[in-house]
Structure formats: C-alpha cells, structure tokens
Ligand binder design. Sequence first.
Ligand code: MLT
Length: 402
Amino acid sequence: MIKINQNYLKLPGGYLFPEIGRRVRAFENPSKPLIRLGIGDVTRPLAPAVIEAMHKAVEEMGHKDTFRGYCEETCGAYDFLRFAIRDDYLRRGVDIADDEIFVSDGAKSDCGNIGDILDADNVVAVCDPVYPVYVDTSAMAGRAGEYNGTHWTNLIYMPCTAENDFIPELPERVPDIIYLCFPNNPTGAVATKEQLKLWVDYARSHGSLILYDGAYEAFISEPDIPHSIFEIEGAKECAIEFRSFSKTAGFTGTRCAYTVIPKALELGGGNLNAMWNRRQSTKFNGVPYVIQRAAEATLTEAGRAQTQETIRYYMNNAKVIRDGLSKAGLQVYGGVNAPYIWFRTPDGMDSWKFFDRLLYEACVVTTPGAGFGPSGEGYIRVTAFGDAEATYEAVERILSVM
Ligand code: MLT
C-alpha cells in the first residue's frame, strides 16, 4: 500500500503567508480599503529595458529561425544570462565561473530543493526569527524532528534579538547545515565582513555547509556591507549562495533566480556543484527563454539604472515607515539596507494580537513576528514594497490605533 511522507503530517498549520491571506479574507467589510504591507511582494512595474527585452524575445519565439525549444545549455540556463551574472559578481571583485551559476525559477524553491542532495540526518541551524522556508523544508525532509508547539526538536535555533543586533552567535552544538540570510528577512539586519568571516571560519573548521540567502543584496545602501558571502575568503569551500531577481528587479510574478555552487565545494565525499547539476538536469527544464532575456536586461546599463530607481523608491518607503514609527516612540529596526522594517509591538503585545488589531482597526496588513519563529514574538514586520502614498497612509493609520 502507498506510504506517504509522514514528515508532512508533522507540519503545524499552513505556510505563513497563505495563513495571513486566509485571515485577511475572513475580515469582512473593512471600514476603509486595506493597505497590504504583509508579504514582501513588489508593486512597481517591470523596468522599460525588461519589457523591451521580453517583447523582442517573444517576437523571436514567433519565427522559425529564432524559435527556441529546450535549452541545451547548462541545466536550462542560457550562456547570455550566466555570463551577465558572472560579470555582476565581478563588479564586486568576486570571480565566479559561469558553470557555478544555476538559473532557476526562484530562490525559495532552490533554498528548499537544495536539501535533495544532502542527507536527512544532517543537523540544521536556523536564525530565529527566520524565513519559514528553511524550517518547513527541513521538516518536510525529516531533518527537523518533531514540532513541540513552539520549536522543532532537531533544529538548532540561533536567537537574533535586539540584544545581539539580530546577528546570531556561533552555536555550541555544531550544525552540519547553517542557513544565513543577509540582508535579513525578516529583521532587515545586515552582517559585516568580519561577522561573516567568523561564520566562514566556523563552517570550514567543522566541515559544515552555509546556505546563504542573498535575495535582498540589492537593497544594501551602506558601502562596507558585503553583498555576497563569496566576498569572504574561504567561502567557496563552505558556502552556497541563493540570489533572486524577484525583489531586485520586480520579478515576483515573472520568476527568475540563481544559485551559485562553487566547484571547490567538496564536502561529505561529494562535489556539490556536480550533484546539483545532476539533480537539476534530471528534475528541472530551466526558465523560459523570454524570462531569461528579461533577467539579462536587468543587468544592462539601462536596466541597472532603471531597477536602481525602483529600489530607491522602495527604500524611500522604508524611510517613511522607519521615521514615522520611531517618532511615535516605537523601537524600530531594519529598513536601511533591507526592504523590511521590524518593530516591537507596543507594551509587549502578542504579535498575532497586534497583527489583528492593525488589520481590524487600521485596515493595514502586516506580518506578525511570531510567524517567523519563537524569537519573533513581540515584533511586527512591514514591507517597503508598497505604493508610496499608501505607505504614508499606512504609517498614519498604524499610529492612530496605538
Ligand atoms: C516574504 O514576505 O518574506 C517573502 O516575500 C516571501 C518570499 O520571498 O517567498
């Protein structure tokens, strides 16, 4: 008889954002139009250079001589895009070979799917609070143990709180797999080169693997903050990096991302680049040609200028939120090098309760910190990806209910 993956039955509730969507839909007859600053979904249109590249690529698909079927290049990634990504790394002095770059439909799927090439017995460490994908996919693979109502028994939780500036400390129990995300989702914190070097040295000395989520690197505004783990010496021997066009260039609905797996990454008796290549060429057919052309366009001179302008727009929203909430006396974090603002609920209110209050009284959708893990309790996350006018109004409304 069929046996199912029992690990799925251990998962509590639904995935965070659909759960928030469910609560929002259940809220009938709001007194004013809802303002959504919950899920980190972009709202600005794609850049003109991207649209132009897509039109051109669509046209190519309509002619016999330029039509494309399966992409036969590395795991369905065209050279033109991998070369453009390689050049993007080179701008920051990081030398990545084009066959170390794997293009995919999203950093979320890659962050989870990477577990396919790693043994189920590995011990996983996550920051707390954390992007729920790392936890849920570890649980699905049987790496998290049992859920006891607040924690998974086999995960190492690394608290990231205001007390440690939201930077995790090196854990005493040594993990095999370490998920790090900087700029951080949800806290908006960034790590310095010195802080990342500690992690790289720690991982190398224990034979651990760092899974580094760099999906928000384009939002870094301070000059000395590293954009890539590969800016740190030795990282190519212990780290995989995930990046995405979703937030950088407004591709949440367009779908394109990439993962960098150095060929030097020989761990646990295998070459992770070769293994991921084998996995992707078996289970994945690549990202559509039109979309890869669109992604390439974001890395042209015109595309860069246009996407930078959009990033400035969002980071201005971040400033509006930061300034507004801080002036009202709230403790506010993030929003300087990241599109997320993380603030403490007033009077230590429970974060789901404050979420409900903001939803029902202010008609503003946020994300409760507790949804990101036990140490997120007492915090709320809001995104800077909204419309500028709506963001001003959301801040006014949040303040009015306090
Ligand atoms: C978030 O809001 O945390 C992100 O948008 C979710 C995601 O990127 O999958």
